[in-house]
Each structure stands twice: as structure tokens, then as C-alpha cells.
Design a protein around this ligand. Structure first.
Ligand SMILES: C[S@@+](CC[C@H](N)C(=O)[O-])C[C@H]1O[C@@H](n2cnc3c(N)ncnc32)[C@H](O)[C@@H]1O
Length: 319
């Protein structure tokens, strides 16, 4: 796959500065975001159920390769949760993030969880960072798609941060938006008499910037922390096909897909839901929905619409 032309250095620096500001601002407002979530990711008790399949796979892969994986670099580590989890398994874990506020939180949480001695957190751009030694595993949970020049960034990180024969384990967006059948179903429910009564439309419109259910979203303010970050927006604009990119450049050893219905429906039936009864019922049904869709997502016809994908890889030929 031919990579899109990288943006100029000035444009990249400008975008990174905005990106750092966005994530700092998000961290400043994190309590308010959890108090009034606009997305399932900010409802911890439900997010934990939704991400359980990927956490299970992540830990299984670490266990299977535990002789070979003693150190890792988590790219765009945010509040450091991946490093905290891997440090608990005895892996020396380095997390790097553009946002100094996220890094301060990551350090505090490592202390609180008793893993600070196995964690190192760095505030800065991973592209400028020089490691003391190369790691056995590169990880990213939802961060690679925030890189202005994706193909060049990947080549740089694999070359400079990963030891020869090392592994990569990434979870990144796979498909933007809902699968068509899910979108139609949720739209039908939202337009029904029941939907008109129970959905919190004003909050939904405030978050999405839409003025009608099937109308276009108005471009959001640059620093609205309920929207996609500045660099994330550019990435989705470019429509990089990550699966095609990874398969063309690396040996994909394992690949899984997540979220067909459960995440979108959690937004509809919990996040933007006024009825306490529906919220209660959805919370109760969610583990079953996740279990069912995880099985469904083994089939390629559903995988193409999965929101997220996981790729476990090595350089071609295991080099
Ligand atoms: C969507 S967040 C994911 C955070 C975390 N991995 C998680 O799962 O919660 C993306 C993160 O990537 C970071 N990031 C983006 N570009 C980066 C870069 N060039 N160097 C380091 N971090 C970067 C951002 O600051 C942001 O915290």
C-alpha cells in the first residue's frame, strides 16, 4: 500500500502541540467527563465488560511469550493503565505520552498500585525520544492513529525502539462509525415513540454537534474534549486502512476484532438514556451481548465493520 505524503515538519509540530494541549485539557476535565459521560469509555463498570475480550487476549499473549517479553514501550500511554497491568506481571514497562498531565497521573497511579519500581513514564513525543535500550514489545492502545505521518512514524519506532525479533501488540480503530444494520436499528428505535420518550436528545446533539438525528454533524470546536483529538481527526480524514498497512509491512501473528453492537448500543441504551429501567436492563444484558458479538466477530463479514482491531505482529521473517 502506498503511504500518503507526510505533512510538512511545521504542520506536524503544530499538530503535535495542539494534540498535547488537547490531552492535557482532557486530563484536567477528567472528573467532569466521568461524572457526565458522553461515551461508554467513561463508564468504567461497563467499559470493563466491553474491553474484557481484548484484555484477555492481551494477557494470554504476554503469558504465551513470557520468556521473550521482559520489557515494553507503551506508545501514547495516557494514564498508564497498560503499563500498570504489564508491570504487575513483572514486565519492565515504559510509557510515553505527549501530555505532561497524563504522565503525572500515570506516575501517581503506579505508586498507588505498588508498581512504580517497574514503570518509567516519559512526557514527550515518542518520535523525538531516544531509548537507553530497545524493548521486547511495542504496545499501543488507541494511540497510533494520532500520528500525523503514520507510515513514517511506524518505520521509525520499529527501527529505533524495538529490538530485532521483538513483537508489536496494537489495538486501534478498524472501522469508523457504526455497521450499517446497527445504525439503521438504533435510528429506528430513536425515532420511535418509545425512543422519543427515553433518549436524552439534547445531550446527544450537544455531544455530536448534530441538529437532527440523521443530519450531518457541524464541525466541532477545536478543543472540545468530548470530540476526537486534533491528530485523530486528521487520521480519520486520511482513512488509513490499518489492517492492509500491517499486513503489507509485518507478519501478523494474531488478529482479532471488537465492538459490533455492544459499544454503540451502550451509548444508546446507557449513555444517552434517560430511563433508569432501560439503563438497569442494559447493564444486566451487556456481558451476554459482548460474549455473543465476540463469537460473531470471528467471521470476516462482520470484522470489516468492527470498531476496533487487535494486531499482534513481528517484523517480516521475525527479524
Ligand atoms: C486515545 S489516547 C489513548 C491513551 C491510552 N493508550 C489509553 O488507552 O487510554 C491517545 C494518546 O496518544 C498520545 N500521543 C499522540 N501522539 C503522540 C506522540 N507523538 N508521542 C507520544 N504520545 C502521543 C496522546 O497524548 C494521547 O494521550
Amino acid at each position: 500500500m502506498s503511504a500518503p505524503e507526510p505533512p510538512s515538519q511545521d504542520k506536524q509540530q503544530d499538530l503535535l502541540a495542539k494534540e498535547a494541549k488537547f490531552w492535557d485539557l482532557q486530563e484536567e476535565k477528567i472528573d467532569a467527563l466521568y461524572a457526565r459521560p458522553h461515551d461508554w469509555r467513561f463508564v468504567p463498570k461497563l467499559a470493563e465488560i466491553i474491553i474484557r475480550p481484548r484484555v484477555r487476549t492481551f494477557l494470554r499473549l504476554l503469558d504465551t511469550h513470557k520468556g521473550e517479553i521482559k520489557s515494553l514501550l507503551d506508545i501514547g500511554c495516557g494514564n498508564g493503565w497498560v503499563c500498570h497491568a504489564t508491570a504487575k506481571r513483572g514486565i519492565r514497562s515504559i510509557g510515553i505520552d505527549l501530555s505532561p498531565k497524563k504522565i503525572a497521573t500515570a506516575k501517581r497511579m503506579a505508586e498507588e498500585q505498588g508498581v512504580a519500581h517497574l514503570c518509567e513514564f516519559v512526557a514527550g513525543d515518542v518520535m523525538q525520544w531516544r531509548p537507553r535500550e530497545k524493548v521486547d514489545l511495542l504496545t499501543s492502545h488507541g494511540s497510533l492513529h494520532h500520528f500525523p505521518a503514520f507510515a513514517q512514524a511506524m518505520a521509525h519506532m520499529v527501527e529505533h525502539h524495538l529490538r530485532p525479533g521483538g513483537y508489536m501488540l496494537f489495538v486501534e480503530p478498524n472501522h469508523e462509525g457504526m455497521p450499517p444494520d446497527v445504525a439503521q436499528f438504533l435510528l429506528r428505535v430513536a425515532k420511535s415513540r418509545f425512543g422519543q420518550k427515553v433518549f436524552d436528545f439534547p445531550f446527544y446533539f450537544e455531544v455530536t454537534g448534530q441538529t437532527s438525528l440523521d443530519g450531518p454533524a457541524k464541525p466541532p470546536d477545536e478543543m472540545n474534549v468530548r470530540h476526537e483529538s486534533p491528530a485523530g481527526k486528521e487520521f480519520f480524514g486520511e482513512h488509513v486502512d490499518l489492517d492492509a498497512f500491517f499486513r503489507a509491512n509485518y507478519d501478523v501473528l494474531e488478529n482479532e476484532y471488537y465492538h459490533y453492537f455492544a459499544s454503540h448500543a451502550t451509548n444508546a441504551f446507557y449513555v444517552f438514556m434517560k430511563s433508569r429501567l432501560v439503563r438497569f436492563l442494559w447493564r444486566w444484558a451487556l456481558p451476554f451481548v459482548v460474549w455473543r458479538e465476540t463469537r460473531k466477530l470471528r467471521l470476516p463479514k462482520y470484522q470489516q465493520f468492527a470498531e476496533d482491531g487487535l494486531w499482534f505482529m513481528r517484523r517480516k521473517g521475525g527479524a
